[in-house]
Design a protein around this ligand. Structure first.
Ligand SMILES: CC(C)(COP(=O)(O)OP(=O)(O)OC[C@H]1O[C@@H](n2cnc3c(N)ncnc32)[C@H](O)[C@@H]1OP(=O)(O)O)[C@@H](O)C(=O)NCCC(=O)NCCS
Length: 190
């Protein structure tokens, strides 16, 4: 009981410290956020840029040796879930809708006689969302994908493979439906 209380108080202190450090650089995570690894998030705080906003109920899980980068000017709306076991980078001026999941790992499930919850998370994944992207509400961005610069992911999409820059992708799995044509200077339906 005492131990649980101590952890609760420690976590509250970490949360306020993260909050204050972010406010110093005009970035902001709504205070209701939770993290499975607050001390590690605190060590990664220099990798969160200026003018970054993360809305209510963000849940950020980050492993000891992992890197989470969120660059300047990025806005993430409520109910974000990040599962960062190796490397996740969100570029500058990215707009992310509500209820979005971004991960760089999966639960290993190979061993059928062991519950999946007891099998380790995969390591070594890399998930990158480049500058100026817009990720629609309810989308999932899975491990080992790069979403190219200024691309759009439609609402409720699941991104399982790389998305080229200057494109619009929708669906499960997300597929390109529009691309910007630099010669015609307009978006073209595919
Ligand atoms: C992706 C999006 C931006 C595309 O808008 P658009 O450029 O006007 O594209 P269109 O409406 O011409 O759609 C192109 C095709 O993709 C389909 N499509 C669009 N969005 C889709 C989605 N989220 N899921 C599945 N299909 C979708 C359209 O039905 C259309 O298909 P068709 O060619 O067979 O008719 C928009 O549909 C969307 O999902 N916006 C996200 C909204 C959101 O999450 N807002 C939160 C604010 S942060």
């Amino acid at each position: 009981m005492l131990c649980k209380m101590a952890i609760y108080i420690r976590n509250k202190l970490y949360t306020y410290l993260i909050y204050l450090l972010l406010l110093k650089k005009k970035s902001y995570i709504k205070i209701s956020f939770t993290s499975t690894s607050l001390p590690i998030l605190l060590r990664n705080i220099d990798k969160i840029g200026t003018n970054v906003y993360i809305g209510n109920n963000a849940r950020i899980g980050i492993s000891r040796s992992a890197t989470l980068i969120i660059k300047d000017g990025t806005q993430i709306n409520d109910n974000l879930e990040i599962s960062c076991n190796s490397f996740i980078e969100i570029g500058e001026n990215v707009l992310i809708g509500r209820n979005v999941f971004i991960g760089d790992n999966i639960h290993n499930y190979e061993r059928i006689y062991q519950p999946i919850i007891k099998q380790q998370l995969s390591m070594g994944g890399k998930t990158i969302i480049e500058d100026d992207c817009w990720i629609g509400t309810g989308s999932c961005v899975l491990k080992d994908v790069v979403i190219g610069k200024h691309s759009i992911v439609g609402a409720n999409s699941v991104v399982t493979k790389d998305i080229p820059p200057y494109s619009v992708s929708v669906g499960i799995p997300a597929k390109v439906v529009k691309k910007y044509d630099f010669e015609k200077e307009r978006w073209i339906k595919i």
